[in-house]
Design a binder for this molecule. Structure first.
Ligand SMILES: *Cc1c(COP(=O)(O)O)cnc(C)c1O
Length: 406
């Protein structure tokens, strides 16, 4: 059993969750980050900001997202009862709109003209482009040329939304170079621009701020599951890339000592192949992108290349709060492989009529594994972080033959 005492509210004033987090950045940037922290702390409790955010959550995003009891899947597995928090039903199809909306509203209140970010597969880019269009802000999204070709529909979406997609042609022309280019673009004019980080990563205050904007997922879910089942869930499960959808769900239950939590990382093609992104499972504490966390790194401390079938999960760092929750053993971190995630992707589609994002399929796969070993009165609440529309062409072309569709 976990101890029942309440966890301290974190981060501390310097942005630390235990030994993780902080601001490992040059001094001029520290000043800018402090300014964002001050503005955030000011607006987050102001009635005007809160009202605007909650109205948009309701009327624009479509919140609260429902909780759905997967009766057929649960009875087929013959064990615990699986419930899904349906973040896939949000406008734009995933949980990312929750923090993008918050960041865009904050940028606007701070008098910024433009929000900028990098994107890999384009999911963060599309959510941010959407929030920028809504808030009446300009938006620059930096994207590697290789990714632009691979993720063409998302490039078109961003352009339709009025965003300026900036191709990055350096190095491998993927996410890492896009981060470098976006950062360079940002530093040219930090007065008029706001860098919107896409997960609970980066220097303070981003891990705190993005968590707070995602916490609505857990707060709604807690109320909804109590109403549906009359008690708290026995287990929570969510996939972890940077960790924003997971912390959004977990943070509302951290004081409920009886609720056990699992974060699911991708073991990709298997640990032995090196093609994975199991940061909390195999990484060591280190500094990446301006903050301290578990990092997948080589002997010299350089970040290792990462891989997952789900492009939203392949990051060699992870949120500092997850790093802390692992060390204090409040959350357990497990892995699911590409092929297990694919099986879950098809199983949820065929048994429940819900096509999950490949990222979310990792959480579903782990919940399915757990459910088989559980009693049928026990409950698992899974964060279905996004819908799988973005993945169908890739899955059909690459794996369709294994599942009878090509
Ligand atoms: C981006 C993404 C993730 C991973 O990001 P987190 O910050 O770990 O939540 C998970 N699911 C979906 C659908 C995503 O788009």
């Amino acid at each position: 059993m976990h101890r029942a005492r309440k966890l301290e509210p974190l981060p501390d004033n310097n942005g630390y969750f235990g030994q993780y987090g902080g601001q490992f950045v040059p001094e001029p940037l520290q000043n800018i980050l402090d300014e964002i922290t001050t503005a955030y702390n000011h607006f987050k409790d102001s009635p005007g900001f809160k009202k605007e955010l909650s109205d948009l959550r309701k009327h624009y995003v479509g919140r609260p997202s429902p909780i759905y009891h997967c009766r057929s899947l649960s009875s087929k597995l013959g064990g615990g009862q699986i419930y899904l928090k349906r973040e896939d039903l949000n406008h734009t199809g995933a949980h990312k709109i929750n923090h993008c909306l918050g960041e865009a509203l904050l940028a606007k209140r701070m008098g910024k003209k433009k929000i900028i970010a990098e994107t890999g597969a384009g999911q963060h880019g599309v959510a941010l482009a959407t929030a920028a269009a809504l808030a009446g802000l300009e938006c620059d999204i930096y994207m590697g040329e290789v990714d632009m070709e691979k993720e063409h529909p998302n490039v078109v979406r961003m352009k339709i939304l009025g965003t300026n997609v900036i191709p990055v042609g350096m190095g491998l022309r993927t996410l890492k170079e896009a981060v470098d280019a976006a950062f360079e673009g940002y530093m040219k004019d930090p007065i008029n621009q706001f860098y919107a980080i896409g997960s609970v990563v980066g220097p303070h205050p981003f891990p705190m701020m993005v968590r707070d904007f995602q916490r609505v997922v857990g707060e709604e879910a807690r109320e909804q599951i109590l109403e549906l089942t009359g008690r708290l869930p026995d287990y929570l499960v969510a996939c972890v890339g940077g960790g924003s959808n997971a912390i959004g769900l977990f943070s509302a239950f951290l004081d409920d000592a009886a609720v056990r939590m699992y974060g699911v990382e991708p073991s990709g093609k298997g640990f032995k192949t090196g093609n994975h992104a199991a940061t909390l499972t195999l990484g060591k504490p280190g500094v990446i992108h301006g903050f301290k966390c578990y990092v997948l790194q080589d002997a010299e401390g350089r970040p290792l290349p990462v891989y997952s079938i789900a492009s939203g999960l392949d990051y060699p760092g992870v949120g500092p709060e997850h790093s802390y929750l692992k060390d204090i053993k409040r959350v357990e971190y497990r892995t699911i492989s590409d092929s297990e995630a694919l099986d879950a992707f098809f199983e949820l589609s065929r048994v429940e009529g819900i096509i999950p994002a490949l990222e979310s399929a990792h959480a579903v796969a782990y919940a399915m594994k757990m459910a088989r070993r559980m009693d049928n009165h026990e409950t698992i609440l899974v964060n279905c972080s996004g819908r799988g529309d973005k993945d169908i062409d890739y899955v059909a072309a690459k794996y369709g033959h294994q599942y009878g569709i090509n």
